[in-house]
Write a protein that binds this ligand. Structure first.
Ligand code: SAH
Ligand code: SF4
Ligand code: F3S
Length: 452
């Protein structure tokens, strides 16, 4: 590739899960520390980072169409194409293929190597094409500039990655290969990062991990802590109003964490606990280490600890070999739980995963039909959950302005999107009465501001 001048502006596009959003923010800080600024809205950036997701086929294919579009746009504008870096899980899984298939890409950087982006960039400016998909022993967290550097403010809600990677090896899933083994960040680093986020304006922190409830650490006296211990430490921080965590695995849903839901006020009454299927045969073929029944029993204990908890889950329809009767078991499980919200996906065969080699791959039309039925059930329950909350008063953390004049948006404790009109600033906590339910949001009446 020809030599270029060092980039002055960047744009980062993150796809996939919240961990990628977090990684995108850290890369932004890293580039900011190099004197590279975010490109103003509507302007071409000198450096584009595509922070990619490999979880389903469509997500991975998007990368190539995005690269094509970036190059085409630059040509149409008559300018030089920007430097393109592919980061995230597709970079990790298909680094070499990207380099071969997309000659306009000059950097490929995996999710555990992006702290080395500045060195890569220097080489790319010199005309090299560089790939770094190592999973080095020294973690990126130790090498990155301190959180919040290069930026003065964060929004009222912030993400904090506390755990990464996965040792569960569900047979359909690429994450253990793209993110590596389970690693927990030390509690002192997490408290320090949380303090910086709070100083910069965060009032709600969502703890992130591929298996966030597998987080382990030690307290000041060297005693072992689980995620519940971390939640309690964070809850003691003044200025922080709300704590959430995602995504958890049923196998790591300890009684101590369940108990924390009943005891820690700042821990919001919401639990995202993916189950994937209601059929024990399918769950076993998925290597999920729980049954439909053991999952339901966990939820019973969670509801005993925190009766108003809102539940959320993930489902895959059309896993290889899934029969109509097995799919019906999934619908029955949904009926039994009454979720507040859910994510549901058509099974996507991923290269290198055991399920991709299994017999009985399901026809796309069958998957479409099952997904439609499942989503109908989920939407019904979501609306029912929202309708059941009408008349309740609750706190809402104001996150942004709405589309209509004077309208403000935020989240209820149960993670419902709430809109209301009235005098309120972004970052304020207000008390509202929930008044009007839609399938995806709730209209509310502003009652009063809650003192910080
Ligand atoms: N670690 C989390 C979530 C990982 S990915 C967990 O175990 O729950 C998020 C969701 O994507 C999964 O819960 C699953 O429902 C879905 N998913 C993962 N691999 C998939 C595949 N190959 N096809 C379709 N959906 C998939
Ligand atoms: Fe993937 Fe399963 Fe790990 Fe979740 S627990 S990231 S679905 S392998
Ligand atoms: Fe996608 Fe990687 Fe997250 S595959 S879902 S971006 S961990």
């Amino acid at each position: 590739m020809p030599k270029t001048t060092p980039p002055r502006t960047y744009r980062i596009k993150s796809f996939g899960c919240q961990m990628n959003v977090y990684d995108g923010e850290r890369m932004a800080e890293l580039l900011g520390a190099q004197g590279i600024a975010p490109a103003p809205d509507g302007e071409e950036a000198d450096l584009v980072v595509l922070n990619t997701c490999h979880i389903r086929e469509k997500a991975a294919e998007k990368v190539y169409s995005d690269i094509g579009r970036i190059v085409k746009d630059a040509r149409r504008e008559g300018g030089a194409a920007p430097l393109i870096a592919v980061a995230g899980c597709v970079a990790q899984a298909e680094g070499e293929e990207i380099m071969a298939r997309a000659p306009s890409v000059s950097m490929v950087v995996g999710p555990q190597a992006y702290h080395r982006l500045p060195e890569m960039l220097a080489r790319a400016v010199d005309g090299d094409r560089v790939t770094d998909t190592d999973m080095p022993a020294e973690t990126k967290f130790d090498a990155l500039p301190p959180r919040g550097s290069g930026r003065r403010k964060v929004g009222p809600t912030a993400f904090l990655t506390v755990q990464e990677g996965c040792d569960k090896f569900c047979t359909y899933c690429v994450v253990p290969y793209t993110r590596g083994a389970e690693v927990s960040r030390p509690i002192t680093d997490l408290i320090a990062e949380a303090a910086r986020l709070i100083d910069a304006g965060a009032r709600e922190i969502t703890l992130l991990g591929q298996n966030v409830n597998a987080w382990t650490g030690k307290d000041g006296r060297g005693r072992a802590l689980g995620l519940d211990g971390l939640v309690r430490e964070l809850a003691a921080m003044p200025g922080l109003a709300r704590i959430r965590y995602t995504t958890s695995h049923p196998a790591d849903m300890t009684q101590a964490l369940i108990a924390a839901h009943g005891e820690v006020d700042k821990l919001m009454p919401f639990l995202h606990l993916p189950v994937q299927s209601g059929s024990d045969r399918v769950l076993s073929a998925m290597n999920r280490s729980h049954t439909a029944d053991s999952y339901l029993r966990i939820l019973e204990r969670v509801r005993a600890a925190r009766p108003d908890i809102a539940l959320s889950g993930d489902f895959i329809v059309g896993f290889p070999g899934e029969t109509d009767a097995e799919f019906d078991e999934t619908l029955r499980l949904v009926d039994a739980v009454g979720y507040a919200q859910c994510f549901s996906f058509k099974y996507s065969a991923r290269p290198g995963t055991p399920a991709a080699q299994m017999d009985g791959q399901i026809a796309p039309e069958v998957m479409d039909e099952r997904l439609a039925r499942l989503q109908q059930a989920i939407n019904r329950d979501q609306l029912a959950f929202n309708e059941a909350s009408l008349g309740k008063t609750c706190e809402v953390l104001v996150e942004r302005e709405g589309r209509h004049q004077g309208q403000m948006l935020g989240k209820s404790p149960w993670l419902q999107s709430v809109h209301f009109s009235g005098e309120a600033q972004i970052g304020e906590m207000v008390r509202v009465e929930l008044a009007e339910a839609g399938p995806n949001s709730i209209g509310a009446r502003l009652l009063e501001k809650v003192a910080a």
